[in-house]
Design a protein around this ligand. Sequence first.
Ligand code: GLN
Length: 200
Amino acid sequence: MPAKSSSPTIGVLALQGDVREHVSALAAASATAVPVRRPEELAAVDGLVIPGGESTTISKLAELFGLARPLRAAIRDGLPVYGTCAGLIMLADKILDPRSGQETFGGIDMIVRRNAFGRQNESFEAVVDVRGIAGGPVEGVFIRAPWVESVGAGTEVLAEYDGHIVAVRQDHVLATSFHPELTGDHRVHELFVDTVRAAG
Ligand code: GLN
């Protein structure tokens, strides 16, 4: 991995989902943001964001593009990764209700429930207090969002909403059920960029 740098290169997994919004948020958080679609591109980044979108599609495309296996290995070897929404699902060691054939990358010892907030409440915004983020709560945008059903001993809970876990961290891997990339508030991305700098 390249040496510690004040502007680390952070990839955004660009198979499907809200890639552009993450690229802008990372740039605003002083990182150099690049799309990642191929294993060679993955090998060149200091950290990676897995965007929101549809986790079953991301799972299939990652297999198709030959990214699933190298990404699993990179996470195991310490690559810092941040997943939002579908990205959180992809980072779970286990999905409670996977679609058939749906595989995750893993990295966080947790069990997630897809589309957990239910039909009437498919999309909503809520104020969320996130541990480790100074300056008050963040605006959480939830879109057909998962929640974390349970976590293992090594997983730190960073935020809960309505009694459900919506932000977690395990070592170098961070995940939120909500979408900070859609709000113009870049503090969660800054937290991740700091994680990448610390790992460099
Ligand atoms: N419900 C979607 C899934 O299962 C996630 C939605 C989102 O990323 N906004 O992948």
